[in-house]
Design a protein around this ligand. Structure first.
Ligand code: 5GP
Length: 114
């Protein structure tokens, strides 16, 4: 079920998070309930509720998020590989209504996901 946008509280520093990267348009922080040895969430500061809500106007932002993900993967030592996941809407398991990339690594992963 989609909950309140708790990520806005992290962006506004109203609740703490283990932030590993931030810039003018995005930030990245450790997932509170990690599913892999490395599990970081990369989010835009701008509220985009779901992946289905992205538009042409978000082209540069999305490219930036991918570049940040690739750089973070390198910095976090994921040279053997990593998985970048976007859960879109409830059926795919999205719980927070704020676009986020899960950057997961540090273990072998199965396919397909559950
Ligand atoms: P989703 O299920 O929407 O794709 O992913 C939401 C993610 O946010 C989950 O992996 C969950 O563990 C993480 N999460 C939820 N609340 C918090 C929080 O308050 N702090 C942090 N760091 N992660 C959170």
């Amino acid at each position: 079920m989609l909950q309140d946008n708790i990520f806005l509280k992290i962006i506004n520093k109203q609740i703490p998070a283990a932030i590993v990267y931030e810039d003018d348009c995005c930030l990245a922080f450790k997932d509170i309930n990690p599913k892999a040895p490395t599990h970081v969430l990369i989010i835009p500061r701008q509220v985009i509720a779901t992946h289905a809500d992205i538009t042409e106007a978000d082209r540069d932002l999305l490219g930036h998020l991918h570049i940040v993900a690739a750089k973070l993967a390198q910095q976090l030592g994921l040279s053997e590989g990593y998985r970048l996941v976007v859960n879109c809407k409830e059926q795919a398991g999205q719980t927070v209504p704020h676009l986020h990339f899960h950057l997961l690594g540090g273990r072998v992963m199965g396919w397909p996901p559950g």
